[in-house]
Design a binder for this molecule. Sequence first.
Ligand code: G6P
Length: 609
Amino acid sequence: MCGIIGYVGKEQASPILIDGLKKLEYRGYDSSGIAVLDNGVISTVKSVGKIAALEAKTAGKAPSGTIGIGHTRWATHGKPSEINSHPHSSHDGRFAIVHNGIIENYAEIKAELTGLGYTFKSETDSETIAHLIQHLYCGDMVKTLTMLIKRLKGAYAVAILGTDSPNTLYAIRKDNPLIVGIGNNENFITSDITAALSRTHDFVRLNDGEIAMVSADEAKFFNSDGRPIKKTPAHYDIDARAAEKDGYDHFMLKEIYEQPHAIDMAVRTRIKNKLVHLDNVKFDKAYLEGLTKIDIVGCGSAYHAGIVGKTFIEKLCRIPVDCILASEYIYSDPIVDERTLTVVISQSGETADTVAALRLAKKLGSRTLAIVNVVNSTIAVDADDVLYTYAGPEIAVATTKGYTTQVGVLYLIGLEMARILGTVTEKRYAEIAGRLEQLHDKVAETLNNTTVNLAKKYADKYADKHCIFFIGRGADYAASLEAALKLKEISYIHAESYAAGELKHGTISLIEKSTLTIALTTQSALYHKMESNIKAVKAREGDVLAVASRTNSKINYCVDGMITIPECDDDLSPVLTAVVLQLFAYYVAKKRGCDIDKPRNLAKSVTVE
Ligand code: G6P
């Protein structure tokens, strides 16, 4: 949510900043801007809309200078407009800032500064920071920032450019990510390593309260009192092409096709000789037996992954599992103590609601286990234990490989806990472990031409619908929640998911001639129940598209279309149905001409509550 980039080096800053902003565009894309310092003057260019608009505006007349900051915005305070977009300047024009987060006490500071004669141009909370820096400035920027930190309440990552320090950028953070990239005679400040990955692989993550002072040849760090601290860069061995489309039309499609590899990394590499290895995460039997429940907490697709995990873990471990939306969890006075294991799921590792939930669970005495994709992100670092999903950078706003790898890791956790608890037979354990070891192959098989062509065919057929229902039972119901979200976020078709048995309790009133219902039909034990539910839809002249397992493909006799998934264990089918329905959502959105990688109003990394 909002992306920050800063550059200081020997080259022209503008093209590097714009290139960085393109990589950060998934964080927000309603407006953007850059500020570059040259000969004691800060020049700012801003534009409404995507980074392409900023690029067009600066073509041939980009501000010159070798130090600058840039920002891509996801509006919170004030509508998308040039005035509200960043960078914001101080009253005297000596400072420019870019901000990600929300300053909760901005109104109070704004009133104070207005009283002192400062004039505000925008409706944003962020502009307050620029004026406050001018107001607090004492000739020493680090000292000024220690004072600034004491005044700001809320969440922030801020990069600062000032005319008094023409060769140095400054940065501070609290509860929002900010990273310093260490290059060769050039350094970066960025919200995400992908923005600087083409120029360096060495990064230092700022922690809450820390200050960075970054020039072309060095980066110095200070704590919130202004005392120097030593921070060592970590080397990220990630191919810069991971942040490129690599020939695919969209990042989403590329990431759908990366799933066999991602699941191989997340799941198969953790199974050795048919035994699950959860890296450094150790559970002992007494601890697990003493648990009253497991809470799984996340937002969006991460929450949906949790629901699939709940179904699996409860079935195998016989421990009650609650799956809770992080934004609800934090204000619900949750019943949590040391006998609760809290599993926190987040692709980005930075989602504000999930960070807050993690901190609350810890405070209440729960052990916390994070399932995270972004290495060294806030959630990964703050949790007691972490299991990375190793899906690689995910750029499309709608998650695909992020989600399926989360589900894969939850399977591993459930299976391992069941082994320790003795709630799974050796035979069943070996069976599931063997199936998990092959899951990446099954995903590759799901991406075969026949399935892709069927997904396209049905997408073309149903792309003009205004509303699509998804139904399923058990693990299929859990999987259908994500399928509906995927479709609605990228195609803007209203989509809802229902437990198939629940349809008759209200929603069936919405089924009329040719309303489309997508029925997930992979659970053998529930086949006949699904068959009845499907028939109830057909009796109202609705259309039904089944996504069925091979065993259940006999359902074909009463549906309007069917896509089958490769033969797999019923408990693991949600990963395969997810892939089919990602393809369906993708092709529906494509047919409707939607901006697939950057759906309206959304941002990938939601760092505000
Ligand atoms: C945003 C994204 C979703 C994502 C959710 C949680 O809303 O658009 O795709 O599932 O945040 O993100 P996280 O990084 O915590 O998994």
